[in-house]
Design a protein around this ligand. Sequence first.
Ligand SMILES: Cc1cc2nc3c(=O)[nH]c(=O)nc-3n(C[C@H](O)[C@H](O)[C@H](O)COP(=O)(O)O)c2cc1C
Length: 420
Amino acid sequence: MRRQLRRALVTTMGRPLHWFSNTVQAVAAVNGTLAALYYLLFSRAFRREQQATLAGKVAYHRCRGRLGASSTVLRRNIHRLEKGLIMSPRRIPFALDYLDETVEHFVASFQEGTLNARELEWADHVLAEYFACTGHEPAVERCRRLYLAVKQEAAGGREGRVADRLIPSPQGALPHCPVPYDDILALLKRRRSVRWFVPRPVPRGVVEKAVRAASLAPSACNRQPFWFELLEAPLEAKRVAELAMGTQGFSQNIPCLLVLVGDLQAFPHERDRHVIYIDASLAAMSLMLAIESLGLSSCPINWPDIPSRERAMQRALGLKVHQRPIMLIALGYADPEGGVPSSQKKPVSLLLRCSTPSSSRSRTSASAANSQAPPPRRRRCSSSATGGRRGRGDASRRRVERPQGRVQQIRTQVEETTSD
Ligand SMILES: Cc1cc2nc3c(=O)[nH]c(=O)nc-3n(C[C@H](O)[C@H](O)[C@H](O)COP(=O)(O)O)c2cc1C
């Protein structure tokens, strides 16, 4: 009876309600304040993200950037020092606004002995290099003395051979790229989302190798604010996989599951709350490619931001509020008979847009920010290969002009900022 009543109510009121809700949303979308009011009054969709971001900020200040065996402050600042060291010309002295913090973190980490050895070694080598090429300003001197005192105190605080030192090196000294484009394309084509696996356990060593590959992915300021939670027992993998919405029909045959978790404790500012998703996703892609190269397959699984599911995952993995699931990845040996959707990809012409009109090319970012003019219109890149209609003269002019505009833009940005 009650169900029928509800159905009748939905049928009669559904349309007007839908219209009302669409109208309210359209009005609220006009500016930020109205949008915030809308979410405060009508929707709880962002509550958890807000709480997680704030909890992360509080946790950051409480532990001052230390995440157990890693220090996000040290990682970021050492990265910034390395960037300062590669500037050409080098602006000496640099890093004065964060040198104190960096050396204090280094000293604390040295004394506590909790930091992982590789991170400590990296910080040590970069600081040594920084002090070797920086003058004797009072601010630098104080930090130098602190650094050297700790180094002398520590047993075995050797410098190591120059070749082994974890400091910036010329690009030309990097290992040669051994993978031709066609081979990387073949690997990328071979990686598909596989949902049917044979019941064969995934060796821990294979997962470790894949995570090693994932660890080489880029991350903002080299913080790497995420980890992979491994569920190797098929029953456990199934239970956790079912917390996500997209595993219906195949969760029961996932032999091994990874949950990629991002930690907002790495960030003191709200502006960086999205970084966990970017960093973790880049690592996820590397991991899936590595898994493929090791003879296994994978399927990324969406993690929906739904409070009840977040709470369930929090309980399952023992997560804190600021530790957010990013996505799940099913792993296993593919069943060769299992179907794989064709999942046609978008053509390059839809994925690549080339900017920008010549009027905005010569503008600096500052003047562009002050301008009331509408943003430059973007258009799809077209080349002779993709059947563009522009004349040849036009295309060649664009080829000549665009890099200059870009170089100018980059120069301006580099001049304006010293951090990521
Ligand atoms: C972030 C993300 C979330 C995904 N979530 C699911 C999911 O919940 N369930 C599922 O079966 N596949 C999921 N997939 C797989 C996509 O459906 C798949 O990547 C897409 O269709 C392209 O196919 P391909 O991976 O074989 O190239 C997800 C992929 C990504 C990148």
